[in-house]
Design a protein around this ligand. Structure first.
Ligand code: SF4
Ligand code: FES
Length: 261
């Protein structure tokens, strides 16, 4: 899908919009809109709406959808940085809309404009919604679940604090795709597994209870695997959970080189 080609004027607020609080400021939200039933290409539309410093970007999207244009389409669920469903490009960087506070976005010297686009590298479906299936296909390919052999144990699988600590960082992933869709290698080659799949492979490769590390390392040794990473750190910068994504990828590369953990 090519970039936006047209820009509409700011849509005025409807008469039945809620009263604007005294301490709100008017901001311009430039949204990349796309309706596959009407549009050949995405285009920019602008909205002038009120914002409080305590608003999150998600609140602004709700305002537009509820009071200005009900056709605006985006994903969100928890609104608290847990479900990972509202990753989008906000002013050119991947963020969760529910975690970006407007106080950090408001310009101190006059007019504030936010640009909001869908995450890149996945097929665009409508407005801010992309088809996540290629992302989840790569995730499933690394077998992101505990694999063991032999009989089921009669008691829990014991793990020391140090052993649990070894993969603690990568357990925090919420599968938002912010990392994978900020990666220039993924943009240019959609077959690359991408950072999120490697993070979730790491979570099991370094789990002392798991017995399929070699299998996963073989999978990631593939031409579309871990060696595609060019260490640009976009993924680490994008991760809303603060996961050291690039470090995890480096650790998987090292495990492949030395085949020991
Ligand atoms: S590693 Fe971070 S950015 Fe990537 S999918 Fe998981 S939570 Fe999202
Ligand atoms: S809505 Fe769930 S993470 Fe933002």
């Amino acid at each position: 899908m090519t970039a936006a080609t047209t820009e509409k004027n700011a849509t005025p607020l409807p008469d039945d919009a809620p009263p604007i609080p005294d301490d709100a400021v008017m901001v311009t939200v430039k949204l990349l809109r796309y309706n596959p039933e009407q549009d050949e290409e995405p285009h920019w539309e602008s909205y002038r709406i009120p914002s409080l410093p305590s608003d999150r970007v998600l609140n602004l999207l709700h305002y537009i959808k509820w009071y200005v244009d009900g056709t605006l389409t985006f994903r969100r669920s928890c609104a608290h940085g847990v479900c990972g469903s509202d990753a989008m490009r906000i002013n050119g960087v991947n963020r969760l809309a529910c975690k970006v506070l407007m106080k950090d976005m408001l310009s101190s010297s006059g007019e504030t404009t936010l640009t909001i686009e869908p995450i890149k590298g996945l097929p665009l479906e409508k407005d801010l919604i992309v088809d996540m299936e290629p992302f989840f296909e790569a995730y499933r390919a690394v077998q992101p679940y505990l694999k063991t052999t032999g009989n089921e144990p009669t008691r829990e699988r014991i793990q020391s604090v140090a052993e649990r600590e070894r993969f603690d960082d990568t357990t925090k992933c919420i599968l938002c795709a912010a990392c994978t869709t900020s990666c220039p290698v993924y943009w240019s080659d959609g077959n690359y597994f991408g950072p999120a799949a490697i993070v979730n492979a790491h979570r099991f490769i370094f789990d002392s209870r798991d017995e399929a590390a070699e299998e996963r390392l073989d999978i990631l040794n593939d031409v579309d695997g871990v060696w595609r990473c060019r260490t640009t750190f976009n993924c680490t910068d994008a991760c809303p959970r603060g996961i050291q994504v690039t470090k995890a990828i480096q650790e998987v590369k090292r495990a492949l080189m030395f085949r020991r953990r």
